[in-house]
Design a protein around this ligand. Structure first.
Ligand SMILES: NC(=O)c1ccc[n+]([C@@H]2O[C@H](COP(=O)([O-])OP(=O)(O)OC[C@H]3O[C@@H](n4cnc5c(N)ncnc54)[C@H](OP(=O)(O)O)[C@@H]3O)[C@@H](O)[C@H]2O)c1
Length: 307
């Protein structure tokens, strides 16, 4: 009887602790997703550099950053798209936002050249934020079907460019003892254990996650906040998806959430419904991986039958 009472009491205490922990986790999630005050990004410096700012998520993000009072250096490969983005920024914000552009094809430049281009363009301006956003993906296929040129380009744009752009800004940030770097990872690498048929893409994003987590610890005592955002699907050219209200935000909606998180957690999933997806994906990992593999095979076969 005594033993039974003891077991019941222990179970109740453990149940209470577990419930309390879950309530705390949920409360923290509510706070960070909806209530936490965003950082004033101007405290890092008055300029932001954004790679891949001519389309998709970061095109929306540059408007969001401009609305927070930052000047922008846009890095892209297409001069006419850069020009069009600058013009749109001028139409919306006028002379209150200064804009510079750097034409750089991240596939064609070596790492040293990317770092030099960024460091050169930064001379004389107070760069507080670097957003390593430029990225490439491909339609699902087996690794041997990803041709050599695409393999090289993926590694250069998704991995090389982020590492070397970081090299380009880090010395200046260290001197000024302030700065923030945002790397664009993916939920496919952070919350799902594997992503067959998108192996190379997910692996480049896994690199960025580990890179960000580790380097952020190296510099956190020196006023530099480094973060990897790991979202799920967003409606952009890359995903060829249309916005679905709950689970697939538009680039604009995602960017608003993205800016609110800059400077906080080392790895995060800024859009609230993506974090719900992350929770489900982690809890049901085996089923998620199986479902994604089936979906990826279906997309691959559909594309092949169209050719
Ligand atoms: N969309 C999603 O669901 C999703 C989810 C998770 C993570 N992400 C990540 O978020 C980032 C942005 O994705 P997105 O959906 O906005 O993609 P997107 O619409 O295809 O835009 C990608 C940007 O990268 C630029 N870029 C590509 N190759 C380049 C190169 N060689 N040199 C210079 N710039 C280059 C593109 O320039 P152009 O305008 O010249 O093409 C464009 O501005 C990527 O890193 C992606 O992996 C996206």
């Amino acid at each position: 009887m005594v033993l039974a009472d003891f077991l019941i009491a222990t179970g109740a205490v453990l149940g209470f602790i577990s419930l309390f922990k879950n309530v705390l986790t949920f409360a923290r999630w509510l706070y960070t997703a909806f209530l936490r005050k965003p950082k004033d990004l101007r405290d890092y410096g008055s300029w932001a550099i954004v790679t891949g700012a001519t389309d998709g998520i970061r095109k929306a993000l540059v408007f969001e950053l401009a609305s927070k009072g930052l000047n922008l250096m846009l890095v892209g490969r297409n001069p006419s798209k850069l020009e069009a983005t600058s013009r749109e920024l001028w139409d919306r914000f006028g002379a209150t936002t200064e804009v510079k552009t750097v034409v750089t094809d991240l596939v064609k430049l070596s790492g040293e050249e990317i770092a030099a281009a960024i460091a050169g363009a930064m001379e004389g301006i107070d760069v507080g934020l670097l957003v390593n956003n430029a990225g490439m993906a491909y339609l699902p296929k087996y690794f041997h079907e990803v041709d050599r040129e695409l393999t090289e380009s993926m590694l250069r744009v998704n991995v090389n460019a982020a590492v070397w752009a970081t090299k380009g800004v880090i010395d200046g940030m260290l001197k000024r003892k302030r700065g923030a770097i945002l790397n664009m990872g993916s939920g496919s690498a952070m919350y799902i254990s594997s992503f067959p048929l998108l192996t190379l893409y997910a692996s480049t994003k896994a690199f960025l996650t580990t890179f960000s987590k580790s380097i952020s610890l190296e510099y956190e005592g020196q006023g530099i906040d480094i973060q990897c955002q790991a979202p799920f699907f967003i409606a952009t050219k890359m995903t060829m998806m249309k916005r679905r209200y709950l689970f697939i935000p538009s680039a604009e909606i995602f960017s608003r959430a993205s800016v609110r998180w800059i400077g906080y957690d080392r790895v995060c999933n800024p859009y609230w419904s993506h974090s719900v997806q992350a929770f489900m994906a982690c809890t049901l990992d085996t089923i998620t991986v199986w479902g994604l593999e089936c979906y990826a095979k279906w997309v691959r076969d559909r594309e092949r039958s169209r050719r």
